[in-house]
Design a protein around this ligand. Structure first.
Ligand SMILES: Nc1ncnc2c1ncn2[C@@H]1O[C@H](COP(=O)(O)OP(=O)(O)OP(=O)(O)O)[C@@H](O)[C@H]1O
Ligand SMILES: [Mg+2]
Length: 252
């Protein structure tokens, strides 16, 4: 068995005695696309907060590329190669699509050498065009990000994240507020990134999760309830029980 890219070992998080995560175990192989679902309050956001260093676990360990993340600061973890997309798009609205992507692919640690390095500039330009292509924004190159639709802003942000080339992309509820068509396109976009990238995506939208067509982890009360493909998750009586408040989600 290969060493996982990311491993959460016996993670618990207590908020003043309330266990938001309770002995959570999860591992992710490089190149994998994993969906994480679970009812409200299951601990999904807390789980991402633990990986990115926003919340320190009460116990347990997070191992990423053979290195423990517990105790590291958020910017250190980001620098190790973990990128996070928050629920609401965080793009620079007064910059164009092209300018947003230029910022994303520039390596801020070496701005001067980059400025005078023609080779690097053309490499960046190629990458920006590649990124615009994968999120279908080529024709929006010179449009201000503020004028894009909500879905296009989400895609631009995903492209910016990919441009930073993190080893692991954490994507939090990317299709909330998107049209059905935009939702389908977002699923296809994430699938197209699989293999070259390792992606962990959280969402409530079962149609979206189904279209991702990849293994699913179900969280409940801070622990993993079960893992498997949609066909298995959908018929698991424990999952049906947990989602009983919203049976329509599973019947689709
Ligand atoms: N800072 C905090 N202090 C106290 N309790 C918290 C804190 N953050 C989260 N919780 C509680 O921990 C539990 C898990 O919260 P979390 O936000 O991780 O759930 P979630 O699965 O993301 O839910 P949702 O689907 O509603 O976004 C919830 O009961 C929440 O009220
Ligand atoms: Mg949440």
């Amino acid at each position: 068995m290969k060493v996982p890219l990311l491993e959460l070992r016996h993670i618990s998080v207590s908020f003043e005695g309330f266990l938001a995560l309770n002995n959570l175990n999860l591992s992710l192989q490089a190149g994998e696309l994993r969906a994480v679902i679970g009812p409200n309050g299951a601990g999904k956001t807390t789980f991402l907060d633990v990986i990115t260093g926003k919340v320190k676990p009460t116990s347990g360990d997070v191992i990423f590329k053979n290195c423990s993340l517990v105790g590291k600061r958020e910017h250190q973890i980001a620098r190790l190669g973990i990128g996070r997309k928050f629920q609401s798009p965080r793009v620079f609205e007064s910059l164009t699509v092209f300018e947003n992507l230029t910022l994303a692919v520039s390596k801020p640690k070496r701005p001067l050498p980059l400025l005078f390095d023609n080779n690097n500039q053309s490499k960046n330009l190629d990458q920006i065009h590649h990124l615009m292509n994968i999120v279908n924004l080529q024709t929006r190159k010179d449009i201000y990000a503020g004028s894009l639709s909500h879905g296009q802003k989400q895609w631009l942000e995903i492209a910016m994240l990919v441009g930073q080339d993190p080893d692991l992309l954490l994507v939090d509820e990317p299709v909330a507020g998107l049209t059905d068509e935009e939702t389908e396109l977002t699923a296809d976009l994430l699938r197209s990134l699989t293999g070259d990238h390792t992606i962990l995506v959280i969402d409530h939208d079962m149609e979206f999760i189904r279209r991702l067509n990849n293994p699913i982890t179900v969280l409940h009360q801070g622990s993993v309830l079960c893992e498997g493909p949609m066909s298995q998750i959908q018929t698991d009586p424990r999952v049906v029980e947990v989602y009983l408040g919203r049976p329509e989600e599973l019947e689709k």
